[in-house]
Design a protein around this ligand. Structure first.
Ligand code: F7E
Length: 327
């Protein structure tokens, strides 16, 4: 039998790289959409997929051009499509709200339309986000919790969610939405708070910095490990019926707790190094994100196994190793 073909947008990111490795291990023929500039600068832009680069087929395209998306979907004719590409840094969406909305909504719409027109039997995954819950209507949040996004990033994800559901209902696409709560890993971008903290710990430990400026230490998040979350994406597409699922740990921790533990693993006290910078506060904050993943447990048989402490430890250890300061 021919190998199943998977197409991943955002393959060079944290989730895309873990998903690519996972699908390769399952015997898939894995294709990814990347920007042309990334192909021209592999040493800097393809680092997360470097280890599996020769087992992937990469296609240059722009999520902002329907013509280029249509061309790649036509060339690959995927059985499964995982749409992870997005401007995903919430803070940036406050600085430039127009580009986040345009890129995220149009990219999702172009891809859904191309899949519907070229490969209507292809199974489709949309990377929804807990940011859609925003100013939370209830705690914990589940699939039935109303959305109230607090940033243009969150708004763009609600639109992507609605587009995906509409293509499912209107055109019969096997299209599912994951509502993923924060998921981190040593491959997380440095702009996100978890990686900023663990990379900061390593720099301080290496004697390259003396302080770590952070914003709101009381913000709480439900933080899981990205390696486990990409498996939930795949499980959604293996179900007979498409559906929407919350993926979360069911535990919430503050930024302060994350920092305290990260410094502790390096033998340091966060109070000696963390300084609060009000400039890093967001104009509108989501304060208590906590997911209820009962549906994913029951229907997908998905559960997270990596604990919060193990996640923090792995990130601190990796960043310290990268700077040559073994713990
Ligand atoms: O912020 C607070 C900040 O930027 C987490 C994305 O993957 O998850 C991610 O979005 C919290 C916020 O991620 C700093 O105010 C304090 O409350 O790591 P973050 P995020 O905004 O939660 C969701 C599910 C997504 O979908 C997104 O794509 O940490 N915080 N001090 C800080 N945050 C940052 N970045 N930097 C600070 O210095």
């Amino acid at each position: 039998m021919d190998k199943k073909r998977a197409l991943i947008t955002g393959i060079t990111g944290q989730d895309g790289s873990y998903l690519a490795e996972f699908l390769i291990s399952k015997g898939y023929d894995v294709h990814g959409i990347v920007r042309r500039v990334a192909l021209e600068d592999p040493d800097n832009r393809l680092t997360r997929i470097a280890a599996v680069r020769d087992q992937l087929t990469l296609h240059a395209a722009s999520m902002e051009s329907y013509a280029s998306i249509h061309q790649v979907v036509g060339a690959v004719k995927p059985n499964e499509c995982y749409h992870l590409a997005a401007q995903s840094f919430v803070s940036y969406s406050f600085d430039d709200e127009f580009s986040t909305i345009n890129a995220n909504i149009n990219g999702t719409h172009y891809l859904l339309a191309a899949v519907k027109n070229i490969v209507p039997d292809c199974r489709f995954y949309f990377a929804g986000s807990s940011e859609m819950f925003g100013k939370v209507a209830e705690v914990p949040q589940r699939e039935s919790t109303p959305f109230h996004p607090r940033s243009t990033y969150g708004i763009s994800k609600v639109a992507g969610f609605d587009l995906t559901r509409n293509y499912r209902e209107a055109y019969g696409l096997h299209a599912s939405n994951g509502i993923l709560f924060n998921h981190e890993a040593p491959r997380r971008g440095h702009e996100f708070v978890t990686r900023k903290i663990t990379a900061g710990v390593a720099r301080i430990r290496a004697g390259r910095a003396t302080q770590l400026p952070l914003g709101n230490l009381e913000a709480k998040r439900d933080w899981g490990h990205a390696r486990e979350y990409v498996q939930a994406m795949w499980l959604m597409l293996q179900q007979e019926q498409p559906d929407d699922y919350v993926v979360a740990t069911g535990e919430t921790h503050s930024v302060r707790e994350f920092a305290e533990l990260a410094f502790k693993f390096a033998g340091l006290d966060y109070k000696d190094y963390v300084v609060v910078d009000r400039q890093l506060y967001r104009p509108a904050e989501v304060n208590l994100l906590l997911g209820d993943a009962t549906k994913a447990h029951e229907r997908l048989d998905w559960t997270r196994k990596i604990t919060f402490a193990d996640l923090v430890r792995e990130m601190v250890e990796t960043d310290c190793r990268l700077l040559g300061v073994p713990l």
